[in-house]
Ligand binder design. Structure first.
Ligand SMILES: Nc1ncnc2c1ncn2[C@@H]1O[C@H](COP(=O)(O)OP(=O)(O)O)[C@@H](O)[C@H]1O
Ligand SMILES: [Mg+2]
Length: 393
């Protein structure tokens, strides 16, 4: 339903030309809020009484952040100067105020442009894929979950025909965006109005693009927003995202929240991370027991030892003995890792030949990409046993 921004009663004619089906906003700020709450909206009509300078600034900003949204301006007087400024700001059409037919035609043309812009995005991301969800988890903070999730996603996206999305469900302290110095265009919080009826177009509207074939669904940035996100919304997002992407890599917080369990329910692969220190190993052992208790299939599980070469008195045998699980990959410790994060470029991108990058790339190659791998066998779907868990619990 289009948004109509008009200060005064002269809006009546405009409203009538839509058959009364508009959402009214008294100010451009209110219009911006309506847009914010509805990522699927594609049309804003601005009436003749809104100051032209504000309109131009509004349209110019909107063109950058929501290019699929059309702005149509109704004015008492339309002259060449106004048209030139409007054109520069990205306003789609300027129509004479009170000319309902002209407004209706302009709205129709704008809708067609919006549809074609949205379908370009959609064809760029052909749907109907059967992607694999890979959840990266460690019950102890600082093990390297975010580092691994981001670098794994880069490694998976190395082949240009493959589309990858990272989802940051560390809702309160998510740092995927900051680790690649990305300004979130949208965050998970923008999905709230779509809860219960999220579709591919809605999901695409939430993503921030990082590379040609690597997208990110980022964690909320405003304090307090994390609590607003129900776990069911994470499930809904993941189900839709795997129809758009080949791989969806989920970065998690350091605790078994309901959100993490929903991600695990939907995952084809659980990547568990530890470092060679006693508390991290103890937490990994508890995690493995917990996953067994919840009947998640063992074959979709991989354990990665991060900072594997740290000289801390524990060798590989000690580690495998304590966790009672084979180590699928060893990512060495290197000061290049924090340096790459501080520079905002993941190590696998900045230096693909670095031993840490190579360890992650090898893991991606062997455990996630190989046909018939554990992940491949689970076909990206929800492990059968966990459906039972959800039903009973
Ligand atoms: N292999 C590594 N070598 C050196 N530093 C690392 C390595 N992996 C992670 N780090 C550093 O450890 C810190 C925590 O990593 P992070 O990925 O944020 O952990 P988590 O997401 O599990 O809390 C970061 O400063 C990161 O640069
Ligand atoms: Mg993290």
């Amino acid at each position: 339903m289009p948004i109509l921004c008009e200060l005064h009663a002269s809006a009546r004619d405009l409203v009538q030309s839509f058959g009364g089906t508009v959402r009214a906003a008294n100010t451009l700020q209110a219009a911006a809020q309506l847009l914010e709450s509805d990522p699927a909206e594609t049309l804003v009509v601005i009436g003749p009484d809104t100051p032209v300078g504000e309109v131009l600034r509004f349209a110019a900003t909107l063109r950058l952040i929501r290019p699929a949204v059309g702005v149509i301006l109704a004015r008492e007087y339309v002259d060449v100067t106004l048209l030139t400024h409007a054109l520069r700001a990205g306003i789609r059409e300027v129509v004479p105020a009170g000319d309902a037919a002209a407004l209706a035609a302009a709205c129709q043309r704008s809708s067609q442009i919006s549809m074609s812009l949205l379908s370009t995005v959609a064809t760029e991301a052909p749907q109907g894929r059967d992607g694999q969800i890979v959840t990266v988890f460690a019950a102890k903070g600082g093990c390297g979950k975010t580092t691994l999730a981001v670098n794994l996603a880069v490694a998976l996206a190395r082949q240009s025909d493959r589309r990858v999305c990272i989802v940051d469900i560390d809702l309160a302290f998510g740092d995927v965006a900051i680790s690649v110095q990305l300004e979130p265009a949208k965050t998970i919080v923008n999905a709230l109005p779509m809860a219960g009826h999220l579709d591919e177009t809605g999901a695409l509207s939430l993503l921030t693009r990082y590379r040609a074939n690597l997208f990110m669904l980022l964690a909320p940035t405003t304090p307090g927003d994390a609590e607003k996100i129900p776990a069911s919304l994470i499930g809904e997002l993941l189900v839709v995202l795997r129809t758009i992407f080949d791989y969806v890599v989920v970065d998690t917080p350091a605790q078994f929240s309901e959100h993490v369990l929903i991600a695990m329910d939907n995952s084809a692969h659980h990547v568990l991370l530890t470092t060679p220190d006693v508390p991290a190993l103890k937490n990994l052992r508890i995690t493995l027991d917990m996953l067994d208790l919840l009947s998640y299939p063992r074959q979709i599980r991989s354990v990665i030892l991060n900072r594997s070469d740290s000289k801390v008195g524990l060798n590989l045998e000690d580690v495998e003995r304590v966790v009672r699980w084979p180590i699928a990959a060893h990512v060495p410790s290197s000061r290049e890792v924090p340096i790459s994060i501080n520079k905002g470029t993941p190590l696998t991108l900045a230096n693909p030949g670095h031993p840490a990058s190579q360890a992650i790339a090898r893991f991606a190659q062997q455990r996630l990409l190989e046909p018939g791998s554990a992940a491949g066998a689970a076909a990206g779907g929800r492990p059968a046993r966990t459906k039972g868990r959800r039903r009973s619990g």
